[in-house]
Design a protein. Structure first.
Ligand SMILES: *Cc1c(COP(=O)(O)O)cnc(C)c1O
Length: 387
């Protein structure tokens, strides 16, 4: 049986089953060379010249991700931000792009404060409303629609299929930041997206010990070749060891994401309607605004990310985060350990995030430990706040 026809769990667990030709090693070697030998007749038949452009240590991880997303090709980058910004930098000054009002904060900042100076016309839209997306399209000018689903940190859901149809009708490309869903739960290319982006720092690697990003394309076309050029020329290239680490992390991707998703749903259900919690934001709750779309385009779970709005406001939220023992107060997501974060403090001035919101990244610990720890933190925080 060919690995390319195997189930995704098998592809991830075995890294597509690649065996090193020279040594028969099951686990791949790490190629660290920065440069490659030119042939006597002045050619580069190996296809390798210099490691800013690419690196044999990327091949297997890129091939695995391409298979998991059912795409045509992938490119690893030095971070999720390097991957995301490469897509925008492959456009031309004057091009109009749509991005979500609710999205990953650093990329939103880059779009508003850097991409605009560089000449892109950036418009933020409510991506949960296809009519708003349609209305924002400028025929002949809009080149790219960028979405994130579920989106940081309110976990709003965007209909990938509907948005792809709107983008394509206008001759624009749809790119999806699918970091939170991971290929385990959503495959945007199958729903009509043109490019998928992951902060591989998060679920793909899964162990909070690596910064990496990746793009996957449905078609190897002119835009994709420009993006490849951005990586090679701007140099947002991943290191060899990091590519190897990522491949190792992905071996357990399916186990980790499914465990985290199942626990996140239990935690969401436990705190939904809880006296010390004003609101639980999680697309897996039937009461969530995006639940119907999420149920259609996600399979096997709704992800490991949720947010709670603490009754009693900002002081109670900060006090709750201060009193957890097992949850770690840290930014980022998608690791084996659960993280808690007062998101408004991270985003600072201009953030649209409610100040009573705690963002939770659920790991793979026993779910009862996580619930008990949050319970005691909420109880103590409300005692301290006199509530
Ligand atoms: C972390 C993250 C990014 C950026 O990735 P880095 O590896 O930190 O550069 C982009 N989008 C989402 C949704 C993220 O969570």
């Amino acid at each position: 049986m060919d690995h390319t026809n195997a189930k995704p769990e098998t592809i991830a667990a075995q890294g597509l089953g690649w065996i090193d030709d020279k040594t028969r090693a099951i686990t791949p070697p790490i190629h660290v060379s920065s440069t490659y030998l030119r042939d006597e007749d002045n050619q580069y038949r190996s296809g390798r010249v210099y490691a800013r452009a690419d690196n044999p240590s990327f091949d297997q991880a890129e091939a695995v991700i391409t298979q998991l997303e059912q795409g045509a090709a992938s490119l690893l980058f030095a971070s999720g931000m390097a991957a995301a910004t490469a897509v925008f930098q492959a456009l031309a000054p004057g091009d109009h792009v749509l991005a979500p009002k609710v999205m990953y904060w650093s990329l939103r900042n880059w779009l508003l404060n850097f991409a605009t100076h560089w000449g892109l016309q950036v418009e933020l839209v409510d991506m949960t409303d296809p009519a708003a997306v349609q209305a924002a399209i400028r025929p002949g000018k809009t080149r790219l629609v960028w979405i994130e689903t579920p989106a940081n940190p309110l976990w709003t859901v965007t209909d990938i299929e509907a948005t792809a149809a709107i983008a394509h009708a206008a001759g624009a490309v749809l790119a999806v930041d699918s970091t939170v869903a991971s290929p385990v739960l959503t495959r945007p290319l199958e729903l009509g997206a043109d490019i998928v982006m992951h902060a591989a720092t998060k679920y793909l690697n899964g162990h909070s010990d690596l910064i990496a990003g990746v793009l996957v394309t449905r078609e190897d076309n002119a835009l994709w070749q420009r993006i490849r050029g951005v990586r090679a020329q701007l140099g947002g290239t991943l290191g060899s060891f990091e590519a190897w680490m990522l491949l190792r992390g992905m071996r357990t991707l399916y186990l980790r994401v499914r465990a985290a998703s199942a626990s996140a749903l239990q935690i969401a259900q436990h705190f939904d309607g809880h006296g010390r919690v004003a609101e639980v934001l999680y697309p897996g709750l039937p009461s969530a605004r995006g639940h119907a779309v999420a149920a259609r385009q996600m399979s096997g779970g709704f992800g490991g990310m949720l947010s709670i709005r603490v009754a009693g406001g900002e002081a109670a939220a900060v006090a709750t985060a201060a009193r957890v023992a097992l949850w770690k107060r840290a930014t980022s997501l998608g690791g084996t350990e659960s993280l808690i974060e007062h998101r408004a403090s991270v985003e600072g001035a201009g953030s649209p995030v409610p100040t009573d919101l705690l963002r939770l990244s659920v790991g793979i610990e026993h779910v009862q430990d996580l619930i008990d720890d949050l319970e005691q933190a909420l109880r103590q925080a409300h005692g301290a706040a006199g509530a």
